[in-house]
Design a protein around this ligand. Structure first.
Ligand SMILES: [Zn+2]
Length: 89
């Protein structure tokens, strides 16, 4: 009995799986990665997207390399201390 129910559910799986994938794909299109203040004051986006430190508490946006004391890593890329993931629908 239980096995039959499972099989019945399984028959619906490909369709719902496809639907779920489609929704995820649509979300991904409106999905943005935004840096955030380490103290959660602000998000670095819109007019604040170019700031290097928080305009509220002054905390650095970027990780500082302990050896070079620079905000860029070996590849010359800045790494944000905290990254917020935002989905805009
Ligand atoms: Zn802050």
């Amino acid at each position: 009995m239980l096995k039959e129910e499972l099989l019945t559910d399984g028959a619906n799986l490909p369709n719902s799986y496809y639907e779920a994938k489609k929704i995820i794909k649509e979300l991904a299109l409106s999905y943005n990665k935004i840096d955030a203040c380490t103290n959660d004051c602000i998000l670095y986006w819109k007019e604040d997207s170019q700031l290097d430190s928080c305009k509220v508490c002054g905390a650095s946006r970027w990780k500082i390399d302990t050896h070079s004391k620079e905000t860029r890593n070996k590849k010359g890329k800045k790494i944000a201390i905290q990254r917020a993931y935002a989905i805009f629908l």
